[in-house]
Design a protein around this ligand. Structure first.
Ligand code: PEP
Ligand code: MN
Length: 254
């Protein structure tokens, strides 16, 4: 697989060891994303924000929709950093490209579906954009590899893997169980691919975040993606796991 990791290195900037992505689970309002962006500005490399949310059950907040794209793009401009949005359909891709969202990511519930990934890859054919691919919800390396290969075959060479843990029937302290062997094996098979860890979706709570982030760093992951919200208890999604920008700065300073 041909991987071009130069733009990852450029966004990360060569002097920093760890690539840091942070931002809210969901973009909720223009004001919300702007204040998070400005508060995080000097501490991260890439601002994340969910616009269309793949909620497990209906009847919960499913994202602000396309209107939020310009909010996150403006927030990124104000804070002088690139922005990343999750895409799950060709329509999402089209809306993001129209407004020049800098980085796209594919969520765990989408990586499981070869049809969905192929449709996204087809929509991206000929584009020069960084795409981050979360592991599928099941501990299936081939499915994760397959998603990366589909994008690669469509001409996308700027790829990053994200380990966000795997679903389990056993409910314990973690929401999604990490299986470090799988991302490490991905790295062995595709040595040039940067792999980052998403402790927020692994933990599902705030308490274990720093422990999981530290574990990823000890295993030489290339970076972290962490959910940040200035009023986590009143967030419209993933209430239990989001932390404030101050808590984020403390966590990554450690
Ligand atoms: C998210 O990043 O907000 C998200 C929905 O994550 P995942 O696809 O890992 O569940
Ligand atoms: Mn989330």
């Amino acid at each position: 697989m041909e991987i071009d990791n130069q733009s990852f290195i450029n966004i990360k900037n060569s002097s920093s060891k760890t690539f840091l992505v942070a931002g809210p689970c969901s973009v909720e309002s223009e004001k919300q994303i702007m204040s998070i962006a400005l508060n995080l500005a000097s501490n991260i490399h890439l601002l994340r924000g969910g616009i269309w949310k793949p909620r497990t059950r209906p009847g919960t907040f499913e994202g602000i929709g396309a209107e939020g794209l310009k909010w996150i793009k403006n927030a990124g401009r104000a804070a002088n950093m690139p922005v990343a949005v999750e895409v799950a359909t060709p329509q999402h891709v089209e809306e993001c490209l129209k407004i020049q969202i800098d980085v796209l990511w594919i969520g765990a519930r989408t990586t499981v579906s070869p049809f969905s990934v192929q449709a996204i890859a087809d929509a991206l054919r000929g584009e020069d954009i960084l795409v981050m691919v979360k592991n599928p919800i099941s501990p299936d390396l081939a499915l994760w590899m397959g998603a990366l290969e589909r994008l690669n075959l469509a001409g996308i060479t700027k790829l990053v893997g994200i380990h966000r843990g795997f679903s389990s029937a056993q409910k314990g302290v973690l929401r999604n169980i990490p299986c470090w062997r799988i991302p490490l094996e991905l790295k062995r098979l595709i040595p040039k691919i940067p792999i980052i860890c998403d402790p927020s979706h692994i933990c599902g709570n705030r308490e274990k975040l720093s422990l999981i982030a530290q574990e990823a760093m000890d295993l030489l992951f290339d970076g972290l993606m962490i959910e940040v919200h200035e009023d986590p208890d009143n967030a419209l999604s993933d209430v239990q796991q989001q932390i404030t920008s101050d808590e984020f700065v403390q966590l990554v300073d450690k």
